[in-house]
Design a protein around this ligand. Structure first.
Ligand SMILES: *[C@@H]1O[C@H](CO)[C@@H](O)[C@H](O)[C@H]1NC(C)=O
Ligand SMILES: *[C@@H]1O[C@H](CO)[C@@H](O)[C@H](O)[C@H]1NC(C)=O
Ligand SMILES: *[C@@H]1O[C@H](CO)[C@@H](O)[C@H](O)[C@H]1NC(C)=O
Ligand SMILES: *[C@@H]1O[C@H](CO)[C@@H](O)[C@H](O)[C@H]1NC(C)=O
Ligand SMILES: *[C@@H]1O[C@H](CO)[C@@H](O)[C@H](O)[C@H]1NC(C)=O
Ligand SMILES: *[C@@H]1O[C@H](CO)[C@@H](O)[C@H](O)[C@H]1NC(C)=O
Ligand SMILES: *[C@@H]1O[C@H](CO)[C@@H](O)[C@H](O)[C@H]1NC(C)=O
Length: 828
């Protein structure tokens, strides 16, 4: 206040300002007689951290926080009053006589307080901002910086950032739990629902929670780090220390190079816990690691005894020796019910009960487990064997030779194959278990004898297995489908064959008014059966040269393909020249009737569209990777995506390319199966198709769903583009969000939509090998991981000189000359 008198003299004012900032720079403490007011700051001794009042982003609230002084963006690491903001520009942060740090309004009313209870009335306290970013209340005369001597410290009350040296975890004596809580968003530091901390238990783990739901777990500490976290093996950046004793359970990290700035933050928008590192020369934060890392990391995706394998398809597989609890749900990629033992086992009976080793596993959820730090693995096995509720065991500590014992009771949850995984021994019937002996060669004859017996019986068993397997494979090759007996036989479905007369009656003799449309393989009619059931009938063109038996076989196979996002095949009708397929009827018609229609497009908001494209991706993955028959759709397009009453998408016409179009690609050049605008260049030009040409079509579909325009639409702004070219141009200019259809703007999650555009462009890359497969696409759509940068896509448009099939107008032709050039250039 005294400074105000100097206001009139400019020179004095400047001088004072200079002096004032010097003072402000020099001090890192608040003492009782000198509160900190809005506009002034504390700076830590070596100038790394600064504390003061700030207003985040577009907010109007004032907060007290600590930030990196020398980093211009995303620099706030701690907020004092995150849930109690003030709008008052004259509030002060002061230290009370009792040693309480309080934030007061102009009228001295309390906004927020540390609620510290002073230790002794006579002592003199100070508040100090330390070089490591910790704000502490300590005794004036005790500057030992010993944690125990602090009356209060901000490190005990983390916000969304974990700095080097901060403890994440529990003080068991006081019950203090230090965990991270995300900001709601970058404009609002108040607590979001994403938190991360240590879950206490027999075998504590690092967890990330969405509200009260477990979202991610790291796996228990195994002496090195955790079996579920990749990339923690020796790295140049940091190391972790985990401490567990009767007083404390916590983890903290130390940076190996103290001049590097690297922190852990929670991000509510992306739902991730990230380690980010400041790169001084680009002046940006770079993401070093994100948790969850991929869709396999999401808590318990595969259910009990399920094993998530990120490179497998589908990603969830039952552990060997286990089978899906419900095969039907499992095949439809609903994994929640998990797996059960393939063979029943009798607990504790030798020769009926054994263990099988699984390598490189993330350890199962430890909620129901037991540990002993000194037992050997062999003792551990015995311990587990003795107790009938024990389902698995493993070493507790895998550093060195491996030591300690960890055993699990009940269902094993949340497992995956992991780079940093360890060996897990799972209990099952001996016929499923490969019996081994882990005991370090005790030179007793008994052991040798046992090993001999075990080995010979294992060999015998192996031979038996081989025999059974070979017979099965042979049967499959012969086209005889031997379903596994223990699946309840419900899979042995018969495909109904219908009479031509029934179909003629149902469709009113294929009357024009019942015609729903014309697909690549013939017209589609609506039909009503005698019982009132509505069906769609596809009358296949007669040109297919395929034999009847092969055709029947394929129809049966297609009927077995069941996925909730594939149109259900109800049956077929084969009589004379006529071949027809019967499908379930979809009242909402196809996707193109929504997204390309100016009024109906409003009915599909962004969340619905995102849902639709994720569902299509999953269904396509299922077609591509189903183990029994790989199906390349070859004509994926918006009009082949039908919508049910709840706007769930279902792919139609799958398998038809295989059934009817098989030879036509090479044989009949005037009828390439596929639709211009959706065809991959290698397919359109050379007739080469692969799952990657479907991926290309999916990329087109993605852009169409996001952009609400057809690929062949020419967007004219002085440029001559099809949708792909337009998307690519916007991408290169760094404004991909301009592609998003205007009707989506209200409902759109821009981040998600831009991510979809990026995935779309990755699918559209010119070289098939560069395009991701559908497994990766599904993962990319469902995770928040950093995506690679797309390379130049193919700008193919319809009147390139293939098959002479274009019906292009003159105006488009002049455009297309450029396009052809571009595409040829890209092909080099
Ligand atoms: C102090 O000011 C705040 C608003 O700035 C007001 O809500 C509060 O009632 C005031 N308290 C007193 C005691 O006047
Ligand atoms: C301090 O005490 C007040 C009143 O009991 C409470 O509302 C507030 O949450 C406490 N602050 C902290 C940091 O615990
Ligand atoms: C300040 O101290 C911190 C913690 O000791 C250290 O990491 C940092 O490198 C120091 N900064 C400078 C500029 O010396
Ligand atoms: C979360 O990440 C997004 C995307 O990088 C960023 O825009 C946002 O500001 C981040 N939020 C926080 C709280 O850091
Ligand atoms: C520490 O990091 C700084 C800045 O990145 C670098 O210049 C220096 O060489 C590093 N020191 C060591 C020992 O790696
Ligand atoms: C752990 O196992 C060792 C060796 O078998 C035993 O002596 C010890 O009592 C066990 N500790 C606990 C806590 O069960
Ligand atoms: C098996 O372990 C469970 C869980 O620790 C325990 O409740 C039960 O008493 C044990 N049973 C036997 C027979 O030791």
């Amino acid at each position: 206040m005294a400074f105000l008198h100097a206001n009139k003299v400019l020179f004095q004012n400047l001088l004072l300002l200079f002096f004032f900032s010097l003072v402000s720079y020099a001090t890192d403490t608040i003492i009782q007689s000198q509160p900190l007011s809005d506009g002034t700051t504390l700076v830590s001794k070596n100038g790394t951290f600064e504390l003061g009042f700030f207003t985040p982003g577009s907010s109007t609230n004032r907060y007290v926080g600590i930030w990196f002084k020398n980093i211009p963006t995303r620099n706030v690491v701690w907020v004092f009053n995150r849930n109690n903001p003030t709008k008052d520009k004259f509030s002060t942060l002061s230290l009370t006589k009792g040693g309480n740090l309080v934030l007061l309004n102009q009228n001295r009313s309390l906004i927020w307080s540390t609620n510290t209870t002073g230790s002794g009335s006579g002592s003199n306290h100070v508040v100090q901002l330390l070089d490591n970013g910790n704000l502490v209340i300590r005794d004036e005369n005790d500057d030992s910086n010993n944690e125990e001597s602090f009356l209060w410290q901000s490190f005990d009350h983390p916000c969304d950032t974990l700095l080097q040296g901060m403890k994440l975890g529990w003080n068991l004596k006081t019950g203090l739990n230090r965990f991270l809580t995300a900001w709601k968003n970058w404009d609002d530091p108040s607590s979001g629902d994403l938190t991360s901390g240590i879950k206490l238990g027999i075998n504590p783990e690092l967890v990330i929670m969405k509200g009260s739901v477990e979202y991610y777990r790291s796996g228990p500490w195994n002496g090195i780090f955790s079996s579920g976290v990749f990339g923690f093996s020796p790295n140049p950046l940091f190391y972790y220390k985990y401490v567990q004793n009767e007083d404390e359970v916590y983890v903290r990290y130390t940076l190996k190079n103290s001049s590097v700035v690297s922190i852990i933050v929670l991000n509510q928008t992306l739902y991730v816990r990230q380690r980010i590192t400041w790169i001084p020369h680009t002046r940006t934060w770079s993401v070093y690691q994100s948790l969850p890392q991929d869709s396999c990391d999401v808590y318990n995706v595969c259910g009990a005894y399920g094993n998530c394998m990120i490179n497998a398809s589908p990603v969830c597989q039952c552990l060997e020796g286990f089978k899906p609890k419900s095969l039907q749900e499992w095949d439809q990629m609903d994994w929640t019910r998990g797996c059960v033992h393939r063979e029943p086992w009798s607990c504790g009976v030798r020769n009926k009960d054994g263990f099988k080793r699984f390598d490189g596993m993330k350890m199962p959820d430890t909620t129901h487990s037991w540990i002993n730090t000194s037992m050997t693995l062999e003792d551990c096995r015995v311990k587990c064997f003795e107790n009938c509720s024990c389902t698995a065991y493993a070493n507790l500590d895998t550093s060195g030779e491996g030591s300690g014992c960890s055993i699990w009771f009940g269902d094993l949850l949340d497992m995956r194959i992991s780079d940093s995984g360890q060996d897990l021994y799972v209990r099952m019937a001996t016929s499923d278990a490969i019996i081994y002996n882990d005991a370090k060669h005790k030179n007793s004859k008994k052991v040798v004898l046992m090993v001999a017996i075990i080995v010979s019986s294992a060999v015998l068993m192996l031979l038996t297995f081989c025999y059974i397997y070979m017979t099965k494979v042979k049967n499959e090759e012969n086209g005889i489908w031997t379903e596994e007996k223990d699946d309840g036989g419900e899979e042995n479905m018969e495909l109904p064959f219908f009479d031509l007369v029934t179909i003629i009656n149902a469709t009113d003799n294929f009357s024009y008014k019942n015609k729903l449309g014309e697909g690549g393989f013939g017209p589609v009619y609506k039909g009503t059966m005698l019982d009132g059931q509505e069906i769609a009938v596809k009358r296949l063109s007669r040109s297919s040269g395929q034999g009847l038996k092969e055709f029947k076989n394929e129809v049966i196979l297609c009927a077995k393909l069941q996925h909730r996002n594939l149109v259900k095949v109800l049956g077929c009708c084969i009589e004379g020249e006529e071949k027809m397929l019967l499908y379930e009827y979809m009242p909402n018609k196809s996707l193109d009737s929504f997204i390309f229609d100016s009024t109906r497009s409003k009915l599909l908001d962004w969340p619905m569209r995102f849902n639709i494209l994720c569902a299509i991706a999953r269904a396509l993955l299922y077609l591509h990777q189903d183990s029994r028959l790989r199906i390349i759709h070859r004509d994926l397009k918006a009009s082949n995506i039908l919508l049910d009453n709840n706007m769930n998408p279902k792919i139609s016409d799958f398998g038809l390319a295989k059934m009817c179009g098989g030879d036509q690609v090479e044989g009949n050049t005037n009828r390439i199966v596929g639709t211009y605008g959706y065809m991959a260049p290698e397919y359109a030009i050379d007739g080469l198709f692969s799952i990657k040409s479907d991926v290309f079509s999916f990329g087109v579909l993605l852009l169409e769903i996001v952009g609400g325009k057809k690929n062949r639409t020419i967007t004219d702004e002085g440029h001559c583009d099809n949708l792909i070219g337009y998307a690519w141009r916007l991408w290169k200019e760094g404004i991909p969000e301009q592609l998003i259809a205007p009707s989506l703007m209200d409902s759109c999650n821009i981040f998600e939509a831009v991510r979809c555009i990026q995935v779309g462009l990755l699918c559209l890359q010119h070289h098939p090998d560069d395009r991701p497969n559908m497994t990766s696409v599904v993962v990319m759509l469902s995770s928040e991981n950093v995506l690679s940068q797309p390379k130049v896509p193919s700008f193919l448009i319809k009147n390139i000189s293939i098959e002479g099939g274009g019906q292009s107008s003159g105006s488009q032709k002049s455009c297309s000359i450029n396009e052809v050039t571009v595409s040829l250039l890209n092909a080099r």
